[in-house]
Design a protein around this ligand. Sequence first.
Ligand code: COA
Length: 274
Amino acid sequence: MNDENEGVWMTLSDNPAGFLSLGPAANGRAIMTPDRAALWWLSLDRIGDRDWQDLKGLLTEAERARSERFHFEGDRQVYIAAHATCRGLLSYCTGHAPLSWDFSVEDHGKPELVCPPGGPRLRVNISHTRGLAAAALTVEHDIGVDVEWLQRTTPAEKLAERVFAEPERKVLAAAPEQRKLDTFLTFWTLKEAYVKAIGKGLSQPLDAFSFDLETLRIRFDDRLADDPEHWHFERYSPGPDHLMALAIRHPDPARLAVDAMPAPLDWLRDLAGK
Ligand SMILES: CC(C)(COP(=O)(O)OP(=O)(O)OC[C@H]1O[C@@H](n2cnc3c(N)ncnc32)[C@H](O)[C@@H]1OP(=O)(O)O)[C@@H](O)C(=O)NCCC(=O)NCCS
């Protein structure tokens, strides 16, 4: 973060549910704590022609230049929506200007916020797919988000054979034909959210861990020295055409409050105009 106002960090309130409705952060009082996570999603259907200029205004020069390099307009638009949502969420939760944040890139490509040493370490992750962008934010803990488009043509069972763990392949094989893709993408979003949270992306073998879709619990095989007790997962249907999953590592997931909502587009427009 490169602006001068370091802000004051609020303590967790007694009733953390829906804490984003308390925001946006004001008077230097950030609304994030290590026991909170915030998730915004933005459907491209909601974005009017005149909104794009405003959303672009929330991007840095480098992000704008990168957006220009996409070949397909749809890819450019979800990129802009995702990065504007991310910077908007950071502003909403901390009160700092959207362009005040810098990112570094870790070994496997995970962008991490540059935060002043000694202060709270903010963690974000973004995801974009056809028609939808999402950004997730917390303090200190590993966080990952994944969104997928439900209309994609994916050879679900063939791909699962190669990359899913055995219990997941069995669940997929037992799913009725009309639920195959949905079931595959539910596992896929959860798995991607996890590998994005740990920062390894697809360098992490996806068959070394598996999910129970009833409980949203994760199981690790011997290749992964990780503790299921320290993980919290959520899954969402942000619209009829998309699935989304969130993964957060937390020492006591029972303490965690996740506030997930559609990104407030009016607020983002106002932010861009400031
Ligand atoms: C890069 C990867 C981490 C996620 O890819 P993805 O699902 O295509 O992309 P998402 O939109 O969910 O996430 C991309 C964002 O994650 C972030 N990211 C990049 N590398 C990351 C990593 N190692 N860990 C966490 N986040 C990462 C970036 O912010 C990136 O967005 P940006 O390039 O606009 O800055 C990796 O898992 C990957 O390549 N996946 C392949 C996707 C695929 O094959 N999908 C088929 C589905 S059936």
